[in-house]
Ligand binder design. Structure first.
Ligand SMILES: [Fe+2]
Ligand SMILES: [Fe+2]
Length: 194
């Protein structure tokens, strides 16, 4: 594991006592030359884990009787931003040859994930009675299942190309977005409407 790998992992897990800059995920601008080849896939998988953890935490609170709408919206915003990054920055340069069909499958999967997020958003802003909570729990579990199925293909089939198939400036662009990028307001994924 290279230095850049450790930087990503530690920054995503919180600050280390020895590193005053580790509390935020960051690559210096134009940092392609210091990124190891494993950095991007590790950071992308970390985002998967963070989204899963956010949804699991929401379910745990729901089971205890509270609907943490703010936390749910934060988790869904992180997932939408992750999908934006993939469809706008990562997939276009690697979507060629043998990889093309796999990427297409991921984009189609994003559509179903996106619609499930929209349904969750609607449920979370509803009146909040017991029936709504059952629906909320169902939708949240459905999203977790969709993500598990999606990520178990994306991580071994697509993400290795993030480490090996991007030009240095493309890799730097993905790294910069991971560190501080913002999804444009109103953006929706390619297959959001089926
Ligand atoms: Fe992903
Ligand atoms: Fe994806």
């Amino acid at each position: 594991m290279g230095i850049a790998d450790r930087t990503v992992q530690s920054s995503r897990q919180g600050p280390l006592p020895t590193s005053p800059t580790a509390s935020r995920p960051s690559w210096p601008e134009g940092s392609a030359e210091i990124m190891s080849t494993a950095t991007l896939s590790v950071a992308l998988e970390r985002e998967h884990q963070e989204v899963d953890a956010g949804l699991e935490a929401f379910l745990a609170k729901l089971a205890a009787g509270s609907v943490d709408t703010d936390a749910l919206h934060g988790t869904l915003a992180a997932l939408r931003r992750h999908i934006y990054l993939e469809e706008q920055l990562l997939f276009p340069p690697i979507s060629k040859g043998a990889q093309m069909m796999s990427v297409f499958g991921m984009i189609r999967g994003h559509g179903e994930i996106w619609r499930t997020m929209d349904a969750l958003d609607d449920l979370a802003t509803g009146p909040g009675d017991a029936a709504d909570r059952d629906e909320l729990r169902e939708a949240c579990r459905r999203l977790l299942t969709l993500l598990a199925d999606h990520n178990k293909v994306e991580e071994p089939v697509i993400y290795p190309a993030a480490d090996t198939a991007l030009a240095p400036e493309q890799a730097a662009e993905v790294a910069d977005f991971l560190a501080s990028g913002r999804m444009p307001d109103g953006w929706v994924c390619a297959k959001a409407a089926m």
